[in-house]
Design a protein around this ligand. Structure first.
Ligand SMILES: Cc1cc2nc3c(=O)[nH]c(=O)nc-3n(C[C@H](O)[C@H](O)[C@H](O)COP(=O)(O)OP(=O)(O)OC[C@H]3O[C@@H](n4cnc5c(N)ncnc54)[C@H](O)[C@@H]3O)c2cc1C
Length: 395
C-alpha cells in the first residue's frame, strides 16, 4: 500500500544546488513532471555552490579525459547566459603556474597538447612582464589559456531554478528529504516533514549531504571544510587596473610542492577585494555541524602563502567564508545509476572542481533519467568503480 501524500511525479530531484538545479531544468525542459526538494533556500551559502566566482578552464590537469566534457560545458555556459539574460560567464584567461614537473603546470600542458587547445607557455620573466601583480619563482613556468575565466555560481543556480520553474518544475524549498526508498514497482518514495512523494525516478544531487544519504553504499567520500578570503592589494605598488579581469587571469599555482592556491582577478571594484584560497585545506567536516566562522590564523596563513605569488597583497581583508568539498577517493566525480537501485541516479560532482561542469552534468543527468544512457563518455564517473569501495580512502 502506498503512503504517498504529496502526489506522483516522473522524477524527483533531491537537492537543488549546483547540479540538482541544472538537472531539474533539463528534465523539465524535456517535458517530464519534476519535483525538486531543497533543504535550504535558492542559491544558499550552506553547501558547495556559493562565494561569487568559480574558475572555468579547459587545459585540465586533473586529466585530459575531462576535456570533451568541458567543451560541451562551455557551450552550455554560453547558452545559459544567453537564455537567462544573466551575467554568468567571463572569459578573462587562465594561468596555471608551477615548476616544470608540477601537476598544475605539466598536467595542464599535457591536456592542452592532447586536445589541441590553444595555449602559451610563459617563463617567470614573461609572467611578470605580462601580469605585473604576479611575481612567481624564477624557475616557475605558466601555461596560459585565453579560453578560461570564471562563472558566477549563485547566478547560475538561480538561472537554472528559474528556467526549471518556467518549464513547469515544482520546486520546494526549506523541505529536506528525510529518507527515500525504492518501491516494489520499481519507483521511489521520498519522505519529508511535509509529506511522502512518489516518483518513477530519483536523482540524488545532495552535495555534502550525499555521504549521509548514500551511507548504505559505503562510498569512499569525505566532506571537507574550505576557507576562502577576499584580500586587498597595495594599489600604490601595482595600480588597480592590473588586478582586474581586464588584465589579470584566473590562476592556480603550485611551486616547489608548496600547497596549491587558486584565485581570481578583482571582479567587483577596488573595494571588493581579490578572492583566493588554498585548493584544499583537507579539513574533514560534517555539513550539519561544521564551524562556518573563519579564524584570523586561517586567513593570515592564506595571505602569507598567496604573497609568494602576489607580494603586494598587503591591504585589509574584505571578507571570508567557508565552503564544503565532497571529495571522492580518486577525486573523479560520481555520476550514474546507484548500484542495486537502477531507478536512482547519483551525482556527486565535486572533489573541489565540479562547478565548471554544471551545464553538461545537468544534460547527462537528464539523459540518464530519460533513457538510461548518455552520449557523453562518463566511464570515469562510474559509481561502482573499485576505487570508490569502502577500503579506498581519499588520498
Ligand atoms: C571554496 C570552493 C571553491 C570551489 N571552486 C571551484 C572552481 O573554481 N571551479 C569549479 O569547477 N569548482 C569549484 N568548486 C566545486 C564546486 O563548487 C562543486 O563541485 C559544486 O558546487 C558541487 O555541486 P553539488 O550540486 O554537488 O553541491 P551543492 O551545490 O552544495 O548542492 C547540493 C544541494 O543539496 C541540498 N540538499 C542536501 N541534502 C538534502 C536533503 N536531504 N534534502 C533536500 N536537499 C538537500 C543542499 O542544501 C544543496 O543545496 C569549489 C567549491 C568550493 C567549496
Amino acid at each position: 500500500m502506498s503512503a504517498v501524500t504529496g502526489g506522483h511525479h516522473d522524477v524527483i530531484v533531491l537537492g537543488l544546488g549546483s547540479m540538482g538545479s541544472a538537472a531539474a531544468r533539463q528534465l523539465a525542459a524535456r517535458g517530464l513532471s519534476v519535483l525538486g526538494l531543497e533543504r535550504f533556500w535558492p542559491a544558499h551559502d550552506q553547501g558547495s555552490g556559493h562565494g561569487e566566482t568559480r574558475i572555468v578552464r579547459q587545459s585540465y590537469f586533473e586529466g585530459a579525459a575531462y576535456v570533451p566534457l568541458l567543451r560541451r560545458a562551455y557551450e552550455g555556459w554560453h547558452e545559459l547566459q544567453e537564455t537567462s539574460g544573466r551575467d554568468i560567464l567571463t572569459l578573462c584567461g587562465g594561468l596555471y603556474v608551477g615548476d616544470p614537473e608540477s601537476k598544475i603546470f605539466k598536467g595542464s600542458r599535457l591536456a592542452a597538447e592532447a586536445h589541441d587547445l590553444p595555449h602559451e607557455v610563459l617563463d617567470a620573466e614573461q609572467i611578470r612582464a605580462r601580469f605585473p601583480a604576479m611575481d612567481p619563482a624564477d624557475h616557475a613556468f605558466g601555461l596560459y589559456e585565453d579560453n578560461a575565466g570564471f562563472v558566477r555560481p549563485e547566478q547560475t543556480i538561480l538561472a537554472n531554478l528559474d528556467l526549471a520553474a518556467r518549464h513547469g518544475a515544482e520546486l520546494r524549498y526549506d523541505e529536506p528529504a528525510r529518507s527515500w526508498r525504492g518501491t516494489p514497482g520499481g519507483g521511489v518514495e521520498v519522505v519529508t516533514d511535509q509529506g511522502t512523494y512518489g516518483a518513477d525516478r530519483l536523482v540524488i544531487a545532495a552535495g555534502a549531504w550525499a555521504p549521509g544519504l548514500l551511507a548504505d553504499l559505503g562510498l569512499a567520500l569525505r566532506v571537507e571544510r574550505q576557507v576562502v578570503g577576499w584580500f586587498t592589494p597595495d594599489f600604490d605598488a601595482v595600480p588597480y587596473e592590473r588586478w582586474t579581469s581586464e588584465e589579470l587571469p584566473v590562476y592556480i599555482e603550485e611551486t616547489d610542492l608548496n600547497r596549491d592556491i587558486y584565485g581570481f582577478p578583482m571582479v567587483d571594484g577596488p573595494a571588493g577585494g581579490m578572492k583566493l584560497a588554498f585548493f584544499n585545506t583537507f579539513d574533514p567536516a560534517d555539513p550539519d555541524t561544521v564551524d562556518r566562522t573563519v579564524t584570523e590564523v586561517e586567513i593570515e596563513a592564506t595571505r602569507t602563502r598567496a604573497q609568494q605569488l602576489f607580494p603586494h597583497l598587503t591591504g585589509p581583508v574584505v571578507k571570508s567564508l567557508t565552503c564544503l568539498y565532497t571529495t571522492s577517493s580518486d577525486r573523479d566525480f560520481i555520476v550514474g545509476a546507484m548500484p542495486g537501485s537502477p531507478q536512482v541516479t547519483v551525482a556527486s560532482v565535486c572533489s573541489g572542481h565540479g562547478f565548471k561542469f554544471v551545464p553538461v552534468i545537468g544534460e547527462i543527468l537528464a539523459d540518464l533519467v530519460v533513457s538510461d544512457a548518455t552520449a557523453h563518455d562518463i566511464a570515469l564517473f562510474d559509481p561502482a568503480r573499485p576505487s570508490l569501495q569502502p577500503s579506498a580512502r581519499p588520498s
